[in-house]
Ligand binder design. Sequence first.
Ligand code: VNL
Length: 391
Amino acid sequence: MTNRRHLISGIAGIAMMAFTGHAMAQDVVKVGLILPMTGPFASIGKQVDMGARLFLAQNGATAGGKKLELILKDDGGNAESTRRLAQELVVNDKVAVLSGFGLTPLALAAAQIATQAKVPQIVMAAATATITEASPFIVRSSFTLPQASEPMADWALKNNIKKVFTVVTDYGPGIDAETSFTNKFKAGGGTVESVRVPLRNPDFAPFLQRASEAKPDALFVFVPAGIGAQFMKQFVERGLDKSGIKLIGPGDVVDDDLLEGIGDVALGAITTQHYSAAHDSAANKAFVAAFKAAYPGTRPNFMAVGGYDGMRLIAEALNKTIGKTDGDVLVNAMKGMTFESPRGPILIDPETRDIVQNIYIRRTERKNGEIYNIEFETIPMVKDPVKAAKK
Ligand code: VNL
C-alpha cells in the first residue's frame, strides 16, 4: 500500500513537472525583504539584512523541502516606496512572504497589501504596539516599545527616582515609549515632564537645554536605533553627562552597533530591552561569534536579532507546513511558535501574533575593553502591555 502510494505520487509528480515545465521554480519560496539600506536609517537595514542572511547561511537556505530565496529591496526609509515595493514583490515576483520593515510608518504602509494578497508580513524591526493590529497577516519578531518601557518605570520607582524628564522622537514608537513609561511611573507616585523631537533631521539641543533646566533625577530617552550617537553627542555638549542626571530608557539610544562610537559617556546608562550582544547564553555566544565571523568589524544589535529570528519564524513555519505557502496556513503555523533566540526564549502570542519575550534591565559598562549593555535583572516573558490591557 505504502509503495503503491509512493508510486502514484511519484507519477503525479512527474506528470506535473511535464505539465508545467517549471519544476525548479516550484521548489523555490521567495521572501521579499524590504529595508532602509540607504538614507538616515541605513544602519538598521544593514543589521536586519545581516541577521536574516546569517540565519539562511547557517541553515542551507532550505526549509520544508523548499529553497528559500531572499529578494532585498531598499525603500530608503520612505513609506511610499515601501508600499510600491511590497506591491511589486507580491504581483511581479510572487513572493510567499514579505519581511523587514525598518520603521513603523514603513510597516504600516505595507499592511493593506499583506491583507489583500493574503501574504504573511514579518515585521523584523518596527516596534509601535499597534502595528500587529494593522493586518491579520502581520507577525512580529522585533519588540514593542511599551514592552520595554514599562519595566523601566518599575526600576526607576524602586531606585529612588522621583522626577523624570522624557525626550522621545515624535512618532509611533516614541509616543508609545513616553505614554507607557509615564502612565506607570505616575501611577507609582513619580512626576514627569515631556518633550517630543521631530523624526527627520532632529536637533536635540533646545530639548536638552529644557531638560537640563528642569533638573530631573533622570532623563528618559527614546530615539530610533542608529540615532543614539547623535543624541549622545548633544547630551555631552550640553554638559548633561556631568549634571548628575541619570540616563534611562528603552535600549535603542545605546544600541550595540553604536556603543563604541558613543564611547565612555554612555557608561552608567540604565536601559531596558530584549537584546544585548553581551547576553549570557550559549545560543547568544554562538550567534555573536558567527555574526562577527560573517561580517568582520561588526557587532550584532537588536535589529540583527529581529532579522535572524524573523527568518527562523519563516523557515520553521515552512517546516511545519511541509513547504505549503498559503498565507493563512503559514501565519497559523507561526502562532504559538516558541524557540530559544540569541535574546533568550521567545513565543509568538497566538492571539495577537506579537512577540512575548524577556525584558532585561542593563547597565552600560566597559567589559574586557569594550562597551556593552550588561544585563543584571530579567523580567520574564513580557507581553505587549498595550494589547494585554485591551482584553
Ligand atoms: C522603530 C522603533 C524604529 C524602534 C527604530 O529604529 C527603533 C519604529 C529605527 O518602530 O519605527 O529603534
